[in-house]
Design a protein around this ligand. Structure first.
Ligand code: AMP
Length: 588
């Protein structure tokens, strides 16, 4: 393979970057060739993500190797070998079979980073149902919206999340036939809750042998929800052949080598936590660290040291939090095995790259992708000098361009270097999303002149490096999570005092942006601190901590276009003290 360097010693095998020569690998690369690194189902029965991630490794020495090392919040360490993971995911696939779940049905999970989440994901894929993860910090409203849009048939969640967030909305979910509950600390549920079954009892009752049925590479596999400026959340659908991209981008962009211990800090409620927190390390036969707890500098450095992490994939918000704590703490830990550091999800400030060098002796390698692309598209590679502030260069097999929309509805490619435009990609890679669930029109709008339009504004320099400029739309990135303003506004206007609401991303030194809402009140209601607190609490209860606004301001009226559309951009400009731009369409 063009990406496998010439190896002369064991050390070379462990350390020479897979993408040792960007230009030549890019020239020779083909997705067909990348596919040959995977096995496919026996007897030519197709391609299944769970077979590549788990089953194929159980035959041979990898069977007893740790696939997932789970670190519990309270200090537990539990290893799942590939063989054990195979057994448990077979049991879950048989459970689904027993429940009458068929190919293509949607199985949702709402849980923190606990082993049952990983068992559900891989068991669902084995059964050829569609895996849909939900972020556990969502409140009832985002959960209800996503379960409804995705017509969830099964939900796997914990007893406590169910009681707090789902029981109250259950009646509004007619498609949801089965709720499988995990008890506290992963134990079987203590007392049966009406309308639910115990996840662990079902696993025990079902056999650990399961044969994956024929899987067409184009069969639906993963449904990841994301947000746009308007409308409800969108379910981006990915198919089983996406595994080719997960696997090869792990090798080329994250530089996976066979003996690596890999830690992806992302939550599987978001796409990174699935593509790289579950699938890519397992297809590559690595040991993947899963930490249940949230960021805490000492805990994180302890994990890197104690578990001898060699490749680490994290995010700018976490890096900024580490910078706040300072380099002295890092230096107390022995992090010699750490070989490659990467970051995704938000712009990585040049200072953060440089800080990585200072603290860890290695830079953070920024890379770019999004829910719709399913895998890394643009990256700084191990064998290349990092350009601090740049997202890097497109992966082999990926054509990226900077484009401008034309009046005829197409796009024109801007070939001049350093010109700002929308970042676009030529479709054709295996992890490209295949649609927004039940929304063909929204999907169609993402394409023009044979390009997929990403919604990001960027520039390309004369050497082919891409630089992020901003979003072309109004979505908000907070702590690496994409939030749609419409979802937040819809909840705020349900409060009896609120007439109108508009939500923006307000810059924040750590989270990049925080969700800020502006509201105008109905007659008979006056702005007050008490009402502000009430609205913050109302939004938090309904939306959950991850989505709810952190700040709310009152305005007599919200600025609108003459056609009645609230001008979020103007609110943002005013918030930042920036020029207001074109206000010719502003309502008089
Ligand atoms: P999501 O679909 O939630 O993964 O969010 C994808 C969006 O996050 C992209 O469209 C970008 O706006 C942003 N993003 C992801 N990676 C980067 C990066 N390396 N630099 C700047 N923005 C990024």
């Amino acid at each position: 393979m063009p990406w496998n360097p010439i190896i002369k010693s064991r050390r070379d095998w462990e350390t020479i970057p897979n993408l040792h020569d960007y230009e030549s690998v890019r020239k020779e690369f083909s997705w067909e060739q990348a596919r040959t690194e995977l096995d496919g189902l026996p007897d030519g029965q197709g391609l299944n993500i769970a077979h590549e991630a788990v089953v194929r490794h159980t035959i041979g020495p990898l069977g007893q190797q740790t696939a997932i090392r789970w670190l519990g919040k309270s200090g537990q360490v539990e290893d799942y070998s590939y063989a054990r993971l195979d057994d448990l995911t077979n049991r879950f696939a048989n459970t689904l079979q027993g429940l009458g779940v068929v190919k293509g049905d949607r199985v949702f999970v709402l849980a923190g980073r606990i082993p049952e989440l990983y068992i559900t994901a891989l068991g669902t894929l084995k059964h050829r149902a569609v895996f849909c993860p939900l972020f556990s910090a969502f409140g009832p409203e985002p959960i209800r919206a996503r379960l409804t849009i995705g017509q969830a048939k099964v939900l796997v969640t914990t007893e406590s999340l169910y009681q707090r967030k789902v029981a109250g909305i259950r009646e509004t979910l007619p498609h949801l036939e089965h709720v499988l509950l995990i008890g506290e600390e992963g134990r079987p549920t203590a007392t049966p809750i009406p309308g639910t079954q115990s996840f662990h009892q079902l696993l025990e009752q079902h056999p650990g042998i399961y044969r994956i049925g024929p899987t067409d590479p184009e069969d639906a596999a993963l449904l990841h929800f994301t947000s746009g400026t308007t409308g409800t959340p969108k379910g981006a659908l990915h198919v089983h052949s996406a595994v080719v991209a997960h696997h090869i981008t792990g090798k080329l962009a994250l530089d996976f080598h066979p003996a690596d211990i890999f830690w992806c800090t992302a939550d599987p409620g978001w796409v990174t936590g699935t593509s790289y927190g579950i699938i890519a390390p397992l297809t590559n036969g690595l040991t993947s660290i899963v930490d249940e707890a949230d960021f805490e500098a000492k805990r994180w450095y302890g994990i890197l040291q104690d578990h001898r992490v060699s490749v680490w994939y994290t995010a700018p918000t976490a890096i900024r939090m580490m910078i706040k704590v300072g380099v002295d703490l890092v230096r107390k830990y022995d992090l010699r095995p750490l070989r490659f550091l990467a970051s995704v999800g938000e712009p990585l400030n040049p200072e953060a790259v440089v800080w990585g060098e200072k603290a860890f002796g290695r830079p953070f390698h920024d890379n770019w992708w999004q829910t719709e692309t399913g895998g890394i598209m643009i990256a700084n590679y191990a064998a290349m000098d990092v350009r601090p502030g740049s997202m890097g260069r497109p992966l082999p097999g990926i054509e990226a361009g900077i484009v401008k929309k034309t009046e005829s509805g197409g796009v024109e490619v801007l070939n001049e270097p350093d010109v700002q435009g929308e970042l676009a990609l030529r479709p054709g890679w295996p992890s490209m999303f295949r649609g927004y669930w039940n929304e063909p029109e929204r999907y169609k709008k993402c394409f023009a002149s044979g390009w997929y339009l990403t919604g990001d504004v960027a520039k390309k320099d004369a050497d082919g490096y891409f630089w992020f400029v901003g979003r072309a739309d109004d979505v908000i990135k907070t702590s690496g999570h994409l939030i749609g303003p419409f979802e937040v506004e819809s909840v705020l206007i349900e409060h009896k005092a609120v007439a109108e609401a508009a939500v923006i991303g307000k810059p924040d030194p750590v989270a990049m942006e925080i969700v800020k809402a502006f509201v105008s009140l109905k007659d008979g209601h006056e702005p007050s601190e008490a009402l502000q607190r009430e609205l913050l609490g109302f939004a938090r209860t309904r939306l959950g901590a991850a989505v709810a606004p952190k700040e709310i301001a009152f305005l007599a009226t919200l600025p609108k276009t003459r056609s009645g559309k609230i001008m979020r951009r103007l609110l943002k400009a005013r918030e930042l003290g920036l020029p207001e731009g074109d206000t010719s369409t502003l309502e008089a």
